[in-house]
Design a protein around this ligand. Structure first.
Ligand SMILES: Nc1ncnc2c1ncn2[C@@H]1O[C@H](COP(=O)(O)OP(=O)(O)OP(=O)(O)O)[C@@H](O)[C@H]1O
Length: 241
């Protein structure tokens, strides 16, 4: 399978803190990778080094065959790798249509094609019945789907999602896993997801990378990493999640 993204040996130190050390990972086209680990393991820093928000001290990020290490956010996004933060980044006073129109316009879509593109994305993320609803009035789960829709509307080929199910109900969490799986299957979008909810990680049935103190300590299927002794020790010998 073609590798869409190849990360080799990236490291980042903040002052004396080693946030990431020699982290490598590859992501195939149309695939999902979950990144898990305890608080402070370096998960968000890792995503920041992919999205261009943080420049690695060492190592390389190759995306679609291009070395994008240290590129600014807008250039990485233009190539199709875009990030959703934990904090909300939709416009609460704008409607769903208006929120989705902004990223569609950012792709350079012609005026005549914008409303169709917006409608298609809204349909894909389950918001077709809420086009004229102001984002502030959506329930929490749907705001997260709107944000994922904003990435899709930017024609993302790799979505970087930082704890997309935080604060969601179990039903919303299940629907989010289904949404991500659908986008991967139907649109060929690949996704790296940081998550604490192990039920959600299991349901995605993807490869998992476990970070601890900035380093990769295990990788493979959820069944494989769950059996790993170091992983069990990090999670205090309890079952993950
Ligand atoms: N901008 C920064 N300046 C200084 N230290 C930082 C900075 N960003 C992260 N760190 C430190 O780097 C380490 C890794 O942080 P990071 O946020 O990447 O971990 P995380 O796994 O995402 O944690 P959480 O699950 O709590 O979100 C932590 O010790 C954190 O305090």
């Amino acid at each position: 399978m073609n590798q869409l993204l190849e990360v080799s040996g990236i490291s980042k130190t903040f002052g004396g803190v080693r946030a990431n050390h020699d982290v490598s990972l590859s992501l195939a086209e149309s695939s999902i990778r979950c990144v898990v680990g305890p608080n402070g393991a370096g998960k968000s820093t890792f995503l920041s080094m992919l999205s261009g928000h943080t420049r690695p001290d060492t190592g390389k990020v190759v995306f679609r065959g291009k070395d994008v290490t240290g590129w600014p956010v807008h250039r990485v996004a233009k190539m199709g790798m875009v990030r959703k933060f934990q904090r909300p980044s939709f416009y609460p006073d704008l409607t769903v249509t208006e929120n989705l129109t902004i990223p569609v316009l950012a792709t350079g879509a012609r005026r005549g094609k914008v409303s169709r593109a917006v409608a298609e994305v809204a349909e894909q993320v389950g918001l077709a019945d809420a086009l004229q609803v102001r984002a502030a009035h959506l329930p929490h789960g749907r705001t997260q789907w709107l944000e994922i829709g904003m990435l899709v509307a930017r024609q993302a080929t790799v979505m970087l999602l930082d704890e997309p199910t935080a604060g969601m109900s179990p039903d919303e969490t299940t629907k989010t896993a289904e949404l991500i799986a659908r986008l991967v299957a139907d649109n060929g979008v690949s996704t790296i997801v940081i998550e604490h909810d192990m039920g959600f990680v299991r349901s995605l049935n993807s490869d998992v990378t476990v970070l601890h103190l900035g380093e990769v300590i295990a990788e493979g299927s959820m069944a494989t990493v769950e059996r790993d002794e170091q992983v069990r020790a990090v999670y205090l010998g309890e079952e993950m999640g």
